[in-house]
Design a protein around this ligand. Sequence first.
Ligand code: 8YV
Length: 323
Amino acid sequence: MSKFNVVVIGKLFPSALEKLEGTCEIKVWDKAERIPDPLLYDWLQDAEGLISRGDIQVNEELLAHAPRLRVIAQSSVGYDNINIEDCTKRSIPFGNTPEVLVEATADLTFGLLLSSARRIHEGWDFVQQGKWAVGSNLPFGVDLYGKTVGIFGMGSIGKAVVRRAQASGMKVIYHNRKQRHDDAETGASYVGFEHLLTQSDFIVVLAPLSDETRNRFGKAEFKKMKPTAYFVNAARGAIVDTEALYHALVNQEIAYAALDVTVPEPITPDHQLIKLTNVLITPHIGSATVETRRKMSELTAENLLAGLKKQSLPKCVNEEVNY
Ligand code: 8YV
């Protein structure tokens, strides 16, 4: 039997690659930089499956170069780089990796909140730089207990953050387009966007990036927040107007920002945000644990294989064209 032609952008775990080997002929681009378009288009000419990555824009322009494509999979829950409508028009199912990354991403999100509130990372710098040894004092952090955390974009990761916040004695409010049906179960209260901005001690962004959420946090929004507010973004950098955030931090309109996602990504050390002392930035590691990335990688391979065999993808975004 002839093998399926597959293009893989990014690194797969060996256990995921094993699932593909045997049935697939694989072309891999695993460098950090973006694959040049001419090479990608050339590879896609006879590809039946594509494993994409966040830096590849999958839209009609790309799909026009992939006449044999029957499935796309990606190792992420977010799919703002994929034009789902364009895939659906060509009856190509797209598979992502929700659920398996929930707890790891919630840990990192809450970790950012905790580390910035209690100055954990600054404390380590302080010790390393010998400031403790010469009797200096690290500025105090702030309590979590009794404070209000406001979640923008309450989905499964948000719910997992709620559990962590409640364990620390925090009150949780949230804002979504629509109120959820399980508030009684989670113990989080639905509020309007304005209320979230003005009443939260910690604002946590977990919404997907869409036309509606792009630049949702700008100058006006930061002005409405408490001057003591901590702003945490573990979703997508583009939900925030980076320039506005910078000015809000410099002008002390808010107290602190802890970000796992930025614009641009990667952010370089010469960026103005990095020079501030009231910022903590991690390099988009929300789901980056060995166990979680392995599960994501395996699920990506399973989604791809199912599509190649014209079988139902275990996790499909455009179910209407799932096999
Ligand atoms: C991804 C993410 O793992 O799942 C997402 O949407 O942002 C991350 O957890 C990362 O983009 C690498 O694919």
